[in-house]
Design a protein around this ligand. Structure first.
Ligand SMILES: [Zn+2]
Length: 495
C-alpha cells in the first residue's frame, strides 16, 4: 500500500501598518493632535469636522516625518506626489471620504532587514509608505431599553496617519513579529511616532495566504483585522495558517475575505467576502496642491536622520568589543543606547581604558539597571541616575574604593536618590576595608561563629572556605575585598 504524502504549503504574509505621527497639529488643520487625555470632541474645528466650504492645509511636519520614515526604510522618494480622495460611507468619516494617497505615494520601493535567532538576516520589501488622515472614533453603547446606539468622538479625526505596506515577503508568524518589532524600533529611533499600541497609534492588518510549496501562483488572500498587540498578530497568523492548512488538506477552497481576530476566543471569524468589498472611487484631491520635493529637500531630511539601530548595533560590537546579545539589548531603544554612550564618553574623557569601562557599563545597564527600571516601570530616560554618576561608580570599583558587592548597594541607592556615588559611599559607610587589622578582626569573628565550617575546611572540604568568605562579606556589609578576605581566612585557617 502506498501513502500519498501530505501537501506541504508555503505561508505568504504581508503586513499593513498604520502609525499615527507625533506632530503637534492635525494633518490638515491647526487642531492639536495630542488628544489622548482630552474629553471627547474638544480637539475640533470646522476643517476636521468636515463643515461645508472649508479648505484643508497640508501639515509640513507630517510630510517630513513620512519622508524620514521612507528614508529609514530604504525607500525611493519621488519628486512628485499627490493626495487623493478615498470615498466610503462610514459614520467615523463625516466627510464621506478620507484624504489619502493612491497611485503616487510620498515614498516607495524600500526594504527592512529582519533576523531570526540562528538564521541569516533577510530583507522584507516595503511597497510604500504613504500619508493619510485618521478617522473619528466610535463608541458603541446600549441604552436602558436595550437599544444600541453609537457616540462619535472627533478628536482623532484628521490626525496624521502613515500607512506602511510591506511586500508579501514574510513566510511565518515569527517573521511577521520580527518585522513589527524592527519597524517599531526604527520609528521610535527616528522619533516620528510614539508607537504606543495601547493608545492606538500603531495598528496592524495582515494578509495571509498559503500555496503548495513550489507553486508560482498565490493562494486566495485572507485579510485579518482587529489585532491590538504584537502577540495578537502572532497568534492570529498562527491560527490562520493552521485553519487554512486544514481547509486545503480536506479539499476546501479558501475564499478571499476579511476576517477579524477575536482575542478572547483565540480565533479569526469571517467579516466580509470579496464580493462585498468597497469600491473606493479614488480621485485626486481637488482642494490640495501636489507635493513636490527637490533633491535638496530630501537631502535636508536625510541629514536629520539619527544613526539607525542596525548601524549602531554593528558599531557597538566593533568599537566596544560587545557580543551580539549585549549590543542588541543596548541598542534596543535610542534612549538606552544614548545613555550607554554617554557613560562610555565619561570614561574616555577621564582618560580611562574605554573598552574595559564599556564592558562594565554594559553589564550594569543590561543587568541591575534594567531590573530596577523594570520594577519601577520606568524608561532609562526618566532615571535620576546620570551616566556621569554611573561612570564615577565604576571608577570607584576599579580604583578599589568600594568592593563589587558594595557597588550593588551603592548603585541601588544612586538609582533611588540620584545622588553621586561619592556621597552614597560616605553616607552608607561603604568604603572598602583594606586595612589588614580590620579584615583580620572580621576573619576572627567569622571563624569563631562558624566552628563547624572551619573544621570542615581543615579536613579538606574546599567549599567550606567559600561559605566562610560569604559570611565575612555579610559581616562587613559587603565592604571587604572578597579576594583579600579569602586570602586572610585561608591563612588563619591553615595557621
Ligand atoms: Zn481641526
Amino acid at each position: 500500500m502506498t501513502t500519498i504524502p501530505a501537501t506541504r504549503y508555503e505561508t505568504i504574509i504581508g503586513l499593513e501598518v498604520h502609525v499615527q505621527l507625533q506632530t503637534e497639529r492635525k494633518m490638515f488643520c491647526d487642531c492639536s493632535a495630542a488628544y489622548a487625555d482630552a474629553p471627547p470632541n474638544t480637539h475640533v474645528c470646522p476643517v476636521c469636522m468636515a463643515l461645508p466650504g472649508v479648505l484643508p492645509v497640508i501639515n509640513r511636519k507630517a510630510i517630513e516625518y513620512t519622508v524620514m520614515t521612507g528614508l529609514a526604510l530604504n525607500c525611493q522618494i519621488p519628486s512628485f506626489s499627490k493626495f487623493d480622495r478615498k470615498n466610503y460611507p462610514y459614520p467615523d468619516l463625516l466627510k464621506g471620504y478620507q484624504i489619502s494617497q493612491y497611485d503616487l505615494p510620498l515614498t516607495r520601493d524600500g526594504w527592512l532587514e529582519i533576523e531570526l535567532e540562528g538564521e541569516a538576516p533577510r530583507r522584507v520589501g516595503i511597497t510604500r509608505v504613504h500619508l493619510e488622515e485618521d478617522t473619528a472614533r466610535l463608541a458603541h453603547r446600549t441604552d436602558q431599553a436595550g437599544e444600541a446606539y453609537s457616540l462619535i468622538d472627533m478628536n482623532r479625526a484628521g490626525v496624521p496617519l502613515m500607512e506602511i505596506v510591506s511586500e508579501p515577503d514574510m513566510r511565518s508568524a515569527e517573521e511577521a513579529r520580527a518585522y513589527l518589532v524592527k519597524l517599531r524600533q526604527i520609528l521610535r529611533y527616528i522619533g516620528v511616532s510614539k508607537v504606543n499600541l495601547e493608545e492606538g497609534n500603531f495598528r496592524c492588518d495582515a494578509n495571509v495566504s498559503l500555496r503548495p510549496v513550489g507553486a508560482e501562483e498565490m493562494g486566495a488572500k485572507v485579510e485579518i483585522k482587529n489585532m491590538n498587540s504584537f502577540r495578537a498578530v502572532y497568534n492570529a497568523l498562527r491560527f490562520e495558517v493552521d485553519r487554512q492548512t486544514r481547509e486545503l488538506d480536506t479539499g476546501q477552497r479558501i475564499p478571499q475575505e476579511t476576517r477579524g481576530w477575536v482575542e478572547d476566543a483565540g480565533k479569526t471569524v469571517s467579516q466580509r467576502s470579496k464580493e462585498e468589498a468597497h469600491d473606493y472611487r479614488y480621485f485626486p484631491e481637488p482642494d490640495l496642491p501636489p507635493v513636490t520635493l527637490t533633491a535638496e529637500d530630501v537631502a535636508a531630511i536625510r541629514a536629520r536622520l539619527p544613526e539607525l539601530p542596525d548601524a549602531r548595533l554593528r558599531r557597538f560590537e566593533e568599537a566596544y568589543g560587545l557580543g551580539r546579545y549585549e549590543a542588541n539589548l543596548l541598542t534596543e531603544s535610542r534612549a538606552r543606547a544614548d545613555y550607554y554612550e554617554a557613560t562610555v564618553a565619561a570614561a574616555r574623557e577621564a582618560g580611562k581604558d574605554v573598552v574595559k569601562y564599556a564592558r562594565e557599563a554594559a553589564n550594569w545597564i543590561i543587568g541591575d539597571f534594567a531590573r530596577l527600571l523594570n520594577a519601577a516601570d520606568m524608561d532609562i530616560g526618566e532615571a535620576q541616575l546620570s551616566p556621569a554618576h554611573l561612570y564615577a561608580m565604576i571608577a570607584l570599583v576599579e580604583g578599589g574604593t568600594i568592593s563589587g558587592p558594595a557597588a550593588k548597594q551603592v548603585f541601588e541607592e544612586m538609582f533611588r536618590t540620584g545622588k553621586s556615588p561619592g556621597d552614597v559611599v560616605r553616607e552608607l559607610g561603604l568604603e572598602q576595608i583594606s586595612g589588614s587589622d580590620e579584615l583580620a578582626a572580621v576573619a576572627e569573628r567569622v571563624i569563631a561563629a562558624n566552628e563547624k565550617a572551619a573544621e570542615d575546611y581543615r579536613r579538606g572540604k574546599q567549599e567550606a572556605l567559600k561559605f566562610l568568605v560569604g559570611q565575612a562579606m555579610r559581616e562587613s556589609r559587603g565592604r571587604a575585598n572578597p579576594a583579600t578576605m579569602t586570602e586572610i581566612l585561608r591563612a588563619r585557617l591553615e595557621a
